[in-house]
Write a protein that binds this ligand. Structure first.
Ligand code: CO
Ligand code: CO
Ligand code: CO
Length: 321
């Protein structure tokens, strides 16, 4: 769709819309660039304060995925002024503001429109050294793939909407979604990695597909090594999965080789559309243990080697049982 738009000819734009990367990078001086992104979502949990915090963690994540330091942000809000009490909006913005504060991001303004369905997110501006940008297109054959949050968020939040989950499961999902990817980003910058992206709407395999297409490589994933929020399995076995998760699986049909032992439910979990998911990091094999140890020390919600980059048709993913 973007191909229909005028070509971008600004030489200062280091990362733009030509690749499917997480955020734009715009060079200011030799060692300073702006990194910029925008994201907003509809409610994924009932509690407005938690929704605000999730939306903010989700919006800032694209800056962390590039290895940037988020600085300032603008609120983007849709709210049904006539049908919902404004106290709910106050709670959404409070959850967002406190999460932004934790990330040391200053919310400097914003804009609200009347909207039948609530929406919230941020336009975020950060800083990055142009020489230290981590794109999703640098993965190299032999790299190991590390994931920093468990999967299952899309399936669990769909179950929440159907009232099919206990309070503890909601708490677990909120904890995962509100965890900032800052610690994981700092760890990867300290160790030095080849590529990174964050896992959101396209699911683990959708975002890995973008990374492998951008990098001109293939990948293999070890199903039994992928961290998943445990309760996800019961829910997906009951037939619960969001439309986006099914769409991801269909979209990837020609790109993924599934081992014959893998079930439909397992395929759906690996394609599950996440909100505020973890970082997927492609790290040289000889640095993987170091990165894993640092992620564990920083207590990221998960830290697991889940696969590796291989020589294959670009974008091809082999999932092993
Ligand atoms: Co992203
Ligand atoms: Co985004
Ligand atoms: Co305005």
């Amino acid at each position: 769709m973007l191909r229909e738009l005028p070509q971008i000819e600004d030489p200062n734009l280091l990362v733009g819309t030509n690749t499917a990367d997480d955020a734009a990078v715009y060079q200011i001086t030799d060692d300073l660039a702006l990194v910029q992104t925008v994201d907003y979502i509809t409610p994924v949990v009932d509690d407005p304060y938690s929704f605000g915090a999730i939306a903010v963690a989700n919006s800032i994540s694209d800056i962390y995925a590039m290895g940037g330091k988020p600085l300032i942000a603008l609120n983007i809000v849709g709210f049904p002024n006539n049908t919902l009490p404004l106290a709910i909006l106050t709670q959404i913005l409070k959850g967002g503001a406190e999460k932004a504060k934790e990330a040391q991001v200053t919310i400097v303004g914003g804009h609200t429109i009347n909207d039948p369905e609530p929406k919230y997110g941020l336009a975020v501006t950060g800083l990055i050294n142009p020489k230290e940008v981590v794109t999703n297109a640098g993965a190299k054959v032999g790299d190991l793939l590390i994931l920093t949050k468990p999967l299952g968020i899309g399936i669990i939040t769909t179950a929440i909407k159907k009232d099919e989950v206990a309070g503890e499961v909601v708490d677990k999902a909120v904890y995962v979604m509100t965890s900032l990817n800052r610690a994981a980003s700092e760890a990867m910058l300290q160790i030095g990695v080849n590529a990174c992206t964050d896992i959101t709407g396209f699911g683990l395999l959708g975002h890995l597909h973008e990374m492998t297409v951008g990098s001109g490589v293939g990948a293999e994933i070890y199903l039994d090594k992928v961290p998943v929020i445990e309760e996800t399995w019961d829910l997906v076995k009951k037939g619960i999965a969001p439309g986006g998760t099914h769409a991801n699986r269909n979209f990837l049909a020609d790109s993924v080789n599934w081992h014959r032992k893998i079930t439909l439910e397992e395929e759906l979990v690996l394609c599950d559309a996440q909100t505020s998911g973890g970082l997927l990091i492609s790290v040289p094999a000889n640095k993987a243990d170091q990165l894993l140890a640092l992620l564990k020390k920083k207590k990221t919600p998960a830290a697991a080697i889940i696969g590796r980059i291989i020589e294959d048709k670009e974008g091809k993913i082999n999932v092993l049982a």
